[in-house]
Ligand binder design. Structure first.
Ligand code: ZN
Length: 443
C-alpha cells in the first residue's frame, strides 16, 4: 500500500513537471521531454534530420518559440503565449505587425461550443500562423481596434528527436510499445500516454521476459513514418503492439481493437477485462480515425496494433482543448490503466502453444493423479459438497479441453477465450499436463 502511495505521488509529480512544456513534433520542448523521461528509465535518444525523405513524407524544419502575444492599443496582452502554449497554432511561422480586428479574426481559432476552453491547433506543413483563444475572450475583442501581433518563433534546419530501446526476452513474440510526445500542454492526449510508456518500460526492465519488447517514442504520424521507414525489416517481424494514448481520463476504458479484431492481443485484452471485472467500450480499427496504428497496420506492414485507453481520443468533450489538463486527468486513473496493461502483458508472457501427445481417445487421468479418487460425483446436481467438487470440475474441464484443443496451433489465449476458463488456471493445468507428458510445449 505504501508502495502504491509512493508511485501515485511519483506519477503526480512527473505529470506536473512535464505538463507545462511547449512540445511539438520537433524542437527544444520535445528534447526536454525526452531527456526528462530518460532520467526515469533510460533509452536511446536519436533523430531524423530536416529535409530527409521517408516514403511520401519529408522531415520538416525544426520549430522553436520564445514568445507570442496579441496586444490591444493600451498595451495589454489579450492573448499571451506565456499563460498557455495552446494560444499559438503549433508550428506558426514568425510574425510581427499591426492588424485590424477584421483581418486578425481570420487568424483566430475558438470553440463556440466550449467557450471557456482554448483549442489546440497545428500547422506543421502549411507555413502559416494563427492564435487560439477561448470563445468568450474572443467575443470581448473590440471590432474597432487595431491589434499588435507578435509570434517570436523560428523554423530552421534541425531534427525530429525520438527515443528507442529494446528489451530482450528468452525468445517469444516481437511486441512494440509506441507513444507520441508531440502535444504541448494537453493532459490525456497525450502526456498520459507518454508517462505510462516510461513507467511500463521501467517495470518490464525488472522482469525476466519471454517476449522481445521494443519501446519507441516518436512524434505522431511523421515520427512513426520515419521510424518505420528506417526499420522496415524489424517492423515486418513484429507480432503486434500497443499505441499508448489517452490513458488517464476519469471515464471508461476504451479499447481500440487491432485491424484483425481477433488477434492474440484483442483476446488477451478481453481476458483481462473479464478477470479484472472492468467495463469498456470497443472501437474498431479505422484508417480514417486513429493514432499511429494507421502507419504500423498499413497494407505493407499489417501489424496488429491495439490501444487500451481511458477516455479515448476523439470521444471526450475536452479532447484537443485546454480543458484536457491536470484537473481532467489523474495519476490514479493512469495507474489503473497501467494495471490493466500489466495484466495483459502478464498473459501474453505466459501464452504457449502445446500439442497433445495422446490423441487416440482420452488419456487415463486416474493413474496420473489427475482424477478424483471417488468417481460419479462430477457434474452431479444433487451433490451439495460443492467447493471441493467444483475445483475438480474446473480442473477437469481445463484438462479435457486442453487435450482436445492443443493441436500445435491454438495457443492458451485462444483456448481460454474459446472455452471461457480463466487464463491463470488454464496455464497452470497446461504446465501439469506437460509435466505428465500428456502435452508438449512447442512454442
Ligand atoms: Zn492528439
Amino acid at each position: 500500500m505504501q508502495e502504491d502511495n509512493n508511485l501515485l505521488k511519483e506519477v503526480d509529480s512527473i505529470l506536473k513537471e512535464l505538463f507545462p512544456i511547449c512540445r511539438s513534433i520537433s524542437g527544444p520542448g520535445l528534447r526536454e521531454t525526452l531527456s526528462f523521461l530518460n532520467s526515469i528509465s533510460p533509452f536511446e535518444i536519436k533523430s531524423f534530420k530536416s529535409g530527409t525523405e521517408f516514403y511520401d513524407w519529408e522531415i520538416p524544419k525544426e520549430w522553436s518559440i520564445k514568445d507570442a502575444y496579441i496586444k490591444d492599443q493600451n498595451g495589454n496582452r489579450v492573448v499571451d503565449f506565456k499563460e498557455s502554449n495552446l494560444h499559438v497554432v503549433n508550428y506558426s511561422i514568425p510574425v510581427q505587425g499591426k492588424f485590424p480586428y477584421d483581418e486578425l479574426k481570420n487568424k483566430i481559432h475558438t470553440l463556440p461550443n466550449l467557450p471557456d476552453a482554448i483549442p489546440y491547433r497545428t500547422s506543421y506543413y502549411n507555413n502559416d500562423w494563427g492564435f487560439c483563444m477561448t470563445h468568450n475572450a474572443f467575443l470581448s475583442l473590440d471590432p474597432e481596434m487595431v491589434y499588435e501581433v507578435q509570434i517570436d518563433s523560428q523554423l530552421e534546419i534541425g531534427e525530429i528527436n525520438y527515443g528507442e530501446t529494446f528489451l530482450e526476452g528468452k525468445g517469444g513474440k516481437e511486441i512494440i510499445f509506441t507513444t507520441y510526445p508531440c502535444h504541448p500542454s494537453l493532459g490525456n492526449d497525450n502526456l498520459s500516454g507518454v508517462v505510462l510508456w516510461v513507467l511500463l518500460l521501467r517495470e518490464l526492465k525488472k522482469k525476466k521476459l519471454r517476449n522481445n519488447y521494443t519501446f519507441v517514442i516518436h512524434p505522431e504520424t511523421i515520427g512513426a513514418i520515419a521510424y518505420i521507414a528506417t526499420n522496415e525489416e524489424k517492423i515486418l517481424n513484429l507480432d503486434g503492439g500497443f499505441v499508448l494514448s489517452t490513458v488517464a481520463g476519469p471515464g471508461k476504458f476504451g479499447i481500440k481493437k487491432t485491424f484483425l479484431g481477433n488477434s492474440f492481443l484483442d483476446k488477451a485484452i478481453e481476458l483481462s477485462l473479464k478477470k479484472l471485472n472492468l467495463e469498456s467500450v470497443f472501437y474498431p480499427f479505422d484508417p480514417d480515425a486513429g493514432s499511429d496504428e494507421r502507419q504500423y497496420s498499413s497494407p505493407y506492414f499489417k501489424i496488429p496494433m491495439t490501444s487500451i485507453c481511458k477516455d479515448k481520443y476523439f470521444e471526450y468533450d475536452f479532447y484537443h482543448t485546454s480543458a484536457d489538463n491536470l484537473d481532467f486527468i489523474s495519476a490514479k486513473s493512469l495507474l489503473e490503466s497501467m494495471n490493466f496493461y500489466l495484466d495483459v502483458i502478464n498473459t501474453i508472457e505466459r501464452d504457449r502453444v502445446y500439442v497433445s501427445l495422446n490423441q487416440k481417445c482420452e488419456p487415463m487421468l486416474g493413474k496420473r493423479n489427475l482424477y478424483p479418487k471417488v468417481g460419479g460425483q462430477l457434474k452431479q446436481k444433487s451433490n451439495d459438497n460443492k467447493s471441493k467438487e467444483s475445483d475438480w470440475d474446473t480442473k477437469l474441464k481445463a484438462i479435457n479441453w486442453l487435450m482436445y484443443l492443443c493441436d500445435g496451433e491454438n495457443s492458451l489465449i485462444d483456448i481460454s477465450k474459446q472455452i471461457n476458463i480463466d487464463f491463470d488456471i488454464l496455464s497452470e493445468v497446461a504446465k501439469q499436463l506437460s509435466d505428465k507428458k500428456l502435452l508438449q510445449e512447442i512454442n
